[in-house]
Design a protein around this ligand. Sequence first.
Ligand SMILES: [Zn+2]
Ligand SMILES: [Zn+2]
Length: 149
Amino acid sequence: MGTMIMIKCKNCHYMKPFQLGIGFAYSPNRLLDFDSKDSLLNYLIRSKKTLEHVKNLILEHDGDFIDYDLKLHHCPKCSGFYARFYYQIQFTDGLFEPDYKCTKCKHKLDVVPEQKDHEREEGVLDLSDYPCPECGEKSVSYYNSGNWD
Ligand SMILES: [Zn+2]
Ligand SMILES: [Zn+2]
């Protein structure tokens, strides 16, 4: 089950929902079902070039998803937040991780690290060092606004 979070700023009107984690439908079998009409990977990996690379790693280089979920990403240049499909593919010659670019300024996005909370299942995000995309103040926080599957 995935999590919906709402990021909001205490200093300005910035408020935006993000869908994180993985849904029930995100099974390894469905991820590897490249050819079906509603292929999950076609939906999750928007870049045609990256998608071809991923298929090639899996089909020709013994690649396997070892980790994947929708993670919060942040642009270090313009401070935008994004939910992007993070994954690692282990293949014969190493490990592949995707690079995502900011849709506004094209800078490479960073993954916002999650701290594991043992009381709860989902990871906890510490946003105190991230400036607000609108006003630039370090005054953003988030709350869980629900679940999705
Ligand atoms: Zn940016
Ligand atoms: Zn703000």
